[in-house]
Design a protein around this ligand. Structure first.
Ligand SMILES: [Ca+2]
Ligand SMILES: [Ca+2]
Ligand SMILES: [Ca+2]
Length: 343
């Protein structure tokens, strides 16, 4: 039994548990939640993680999300020359990078034909172009009955949304405002990586610290805070869950492992289909400076695929009953207290 199937099975078990929890008598759930809230007191910012399940049968897969709360947080004023990280709404970001397995299953079910490097099911999917990343995100939405995020014409060519389209957003011609899953904006990615909602500050690294993390000092080094070139280079990235320290919100691998496409255009205005797209976070074969919060203006043409560049996705916050959502958060909060590192 490999780690992929056991990890998926664990996620599926958790998902089933949430569904079972939702069928409990409302008064009992409410009593549990109230008791637990008393235990944690008035803690302003605890995060929650929950998995969304896609596909079916042998092609089912789960993507675990971390909730990013604290809407209205300030921007990162240490992030020169521009300030990122202020987000006015709650959202969720993938706890891990997107894996080869997830792409393969979406390919099978959706006929997407997305190509990627072949290191193994549980490794980050790399050599994925921005356009392919957008097609994957669109499939996630369609498979769950949501409007797509990105517009492609009948020839598969990426287009801007226009005024005639439902969900048109004049401030972002890439992302449809009615969609559910999408690629991270600069602010969404930055806040999840560097902002500490308890200390109300931004760190320089997505490991909850201003100190340069420990990386890969020799080939196969197993002691690290993040997977990056710290004197030697692994032959590739690590598996998704083996990437070192989490961000303050609990996100894994935003520093290092595979670099990650952002939705954003290189000039910060999403208004031309083929202009360069930003990416962030450094990679297994980059030095530590690529993980720093002040990095800006790094981008590539959206048709580019490189063996160190992958993706992570974001979603809006679903709307189950408030009670169930809080119950999920508390379950996750409890489990996280026993594990600081992603496993
Ligand atoms: Ca090390
Ligand atoms: Ca990464
Ligand atoms: Ca532009």
């Amino acid at each position: 039994m490999n780690r992929t199937s056991s990890a998926l099975r664990a996620l599926a078990m958790r998902f089933r548990f949430y569904r079972v929890a939702s069928t409990l008598a409302a008064c009992r759930v409410r009593a549990t939640v109230i008791a637990a809230l008393v235990v944690i007191g008035c803690q302003a910012s605890f995060t929650s993680a929950v998995a969304d399940v896609f596909g079916s049968g042998d092609n089912a897969f789960a993507i675990e999300f971390v909730s990013i709360g604290d809407p209205g947080n300030p921007p990162d004023t240490t992030d020169r020359p521009v300030t990122d990280g202020a987000v006015a709404y709650e959202y969720r970001i993938g706890k891990y990078e997107i894996s080869e397995d997830m792409i393969d299953k979406a390919n099978t079910l959706g006929g997407l034909g997305i190509t990627h490097d072949g290191r193994g099911a549980n490794f980050p999917a790399t050599s994925i172009s921005w356009f392919e990343a957008a097609q994957f995100v669109n499939w996630l939405n369609e498979s769950e009955g949501h409007p797509v995020a990105y517009k492609f014409d009948d020839m598969g060519t990426f287009q801007l949304w226009d005024e005639m389209d439902a969900g048109y957003d004049p401030n972002n011609l890439y992302r449809n405002s009615r969609t559910f899953y999408f690629l991270p904006s600069l602010d969404e990615w930055h806040k999840a990586a560097y902002y500490d909602p308890v200390a109300m500050t931004y760190y320089d690294y997505p490991t909850g610290s201003d100190a340069v993390p420990d990386g890969i000092d020799s080939v196969g080094d197993t002691a690290f805070d993040a997977v990056f070139d710290d004197g030697s280079v692994n032959p590739g990235p690590n598996e998704l869950v083996n990437v070192g320290l989490l961000s303050p919100y609990g996100v894994a691998g935003q520093g290092g492992n595979a670099a990650e496409w952002l939705e954003a255009a290189i000039d910060r205005s999403n208004d031309f289909p083929n202009e360069g797209r930003e990416f962030r976070g450094g990679a297994w074969n980059f030095g530590p400076s690529s993980m720093v919060a002040s990095n800006d203006g790094v981008g590539l043409p959206p048709s580019t695929g490189l063996d160190w560049l992958g993706l992570r996705i974001v979603s809006i916050v679903p709307e189950p009953s408030t009670i169930l959502l809080v119950a999920m958060s508390l379950l996750s909060f409890t489990s996280r207290r026993t594990a600081h590192r992603a496993r």
